[in-house]
Design a protein around this ligand. Structure first.
Ligand code: KG4
Ligand code: ZN
Length: 360
């Protein structure tokens, strides 16, 4: 296509209700984020220690129109001037997804615009291209790790996003978690220590208060060199056993060391498999996306890997604001798909269904 593409993206798969307007210029892979309006439901779910699906759906319903209007207003773009509407179709909480999908369908029909269904994980991968030039595109294959509250997936990407095939996710997947996701491991162990939901950022911050990562020797599962999968469920049990030994005062004092040790166990497991996959598939660059990409210890440890793995360029991370769920990454992924003609028009737009699962 020879013209710039301007899309709105809508994200409602979990506990962030978000809309964003982006522009992609011809021949470029840099997605210009013109606005992002996000309502985070964290405060609503925090008292329950996790996301309550019914509350999430209801809140998305109350919030989504305001997010769409705010995103358009901040970008200074009229709805009729959009080229397409992109929306997270899967995976996620189905009642939450339905709100975004229905809003996007209604917009696409009313405005007579194409509708671009987006896979949430393709969105996370596309967060690398938001407001930045991704140097890894010059050094493919790229090993990209999606590390979030719901997923811990390793992908080997051989092409730029404009050429990603429709089944890029299933085709490029080389490793994944067999049980809890890394973010889930952060959140569950944080909950055991009494931190609010979501606990990942609390572990990060508390460990940084002088916590020693070698105080507790928590398990690193699946050490085999021929396994690229992760397993984090044993960690929670090990942490629970340690906490049981402490009275409330001791627990309070032990928190920095506990957090640093938990964080080290998760980061160690991640780095070990990233290293193995990188070598096995002859990768030349490395990127980390998803909520856990915001973790400061993971970032620091990966910087150290640059020389060890012989990376052509330093590991890539999206800007921190685009690590956790947001609609800009959905709009970005939608723009790359739109560029390839992968969108719905006519009555096909009405048949788009929200899907809870990551794949059929
Ligand atoms: O990508 P995301 O917003 O949602 C999913 O798609 O799952 O990721 C949220 C996850 C949560 O588990 C949260 O605790 C974790 O990312 N997270 C962190 C940090 N910031 C967010 N984990 C560790 N350290 C952080 N600084
Ligand atoms: Zn996510």
């Amino acid at each position: 296509m020879n013209e710039s593409t301007t899309l709105i993206g809508i994200e409602s798969s979990c506990d962030e209700c978000s809309a964003s307007v982006v522009t992609l210029r011809p021949g470029s892979h840099r997605v210009e984020v013109r606005s992002v309006a996000t309502f985070s439901q964290i405060q609503i779910h925090a008292p329950y220690g996790g996301v309550v699906p019914e509350l999430a759906s209801r809140n998305h319903l109350e919030t989504i129109n305001a997010m769409i209007e705010q995103a358009l207003a901040e970008a200074g773009v009229a709805a009729r001037d959009l080229d397409a509407i992109a929306v997270t179709q899967r995976p996620g909480l189905v009642g939450a997804l339905l709100v975004g999908v229905t809003a996007a369908k209604a917009m696409a029909m009313a405005l007579e615009k194409p509708l671009v269904p987006v896979h949430h994980l393709e969105g996370h991968l596309s967060s690398l291209f938001l407001d930045r030039d991704e140097p890894a595109l010059e050094h493919l294959p790229l090993l990209a790790a999606v590390i979030s509250g719901g997923h811990t997936n390793l992908y080997v990407l051989k092409d730029s996003p404009s050429n990603w095939p429709a089944d890029v996710l299933s085709r490029s997947l080389v490793g994944r978690s067999r049980d809890d996701a890394a973010g889930e491991a952060f959140d569950k162990t944080a909950k055991l220590m009494g931190f609010p939901y979501p606990g990942g950022v609390w572990i990060d911050r508390t460990a940084a208060l002088g916590g020693r990562p070698d105080t507790y020797d928590f398990p690193r599962a699946l050490p085999q060199k021929d396994v690229l999968d992760f397993s984090f469920s044993g960690l929670k049990t090990a942490v629970a056993l340690e906490i049981k030994k402490l009275n409330p005062d001791e627990l309070e004092r032990a928190k920095p060391d506990l957090c640093a040790s938990v964080q080290e166990a998760i980061v160690d497991a991640l780095i070990r498999k990233i290293r193995l996959a990188y070598r096995e598939f002859g990768c030349r660059s490395l990127a980390i996306v998803g909520g856990v990409a915001a973790n400061s210890r993971l970032r620091a440890r990966l910087e150290e890997e640059t020389r060890r793995l012989g990376l052509a360029v330093a590991p890539s991370f999206p800007a921190r604001e685009y690590c956790t769920d947001n609609a800009a990454m959905i709009a970005g992924a939608g723009a790359f798909r739109y560029r390839q003609g992968k969108f719905l028009t006519g009555r096909d737009r009405l048949s788009l269904a929200a899907q809870a699962s990551a794949a059929d």
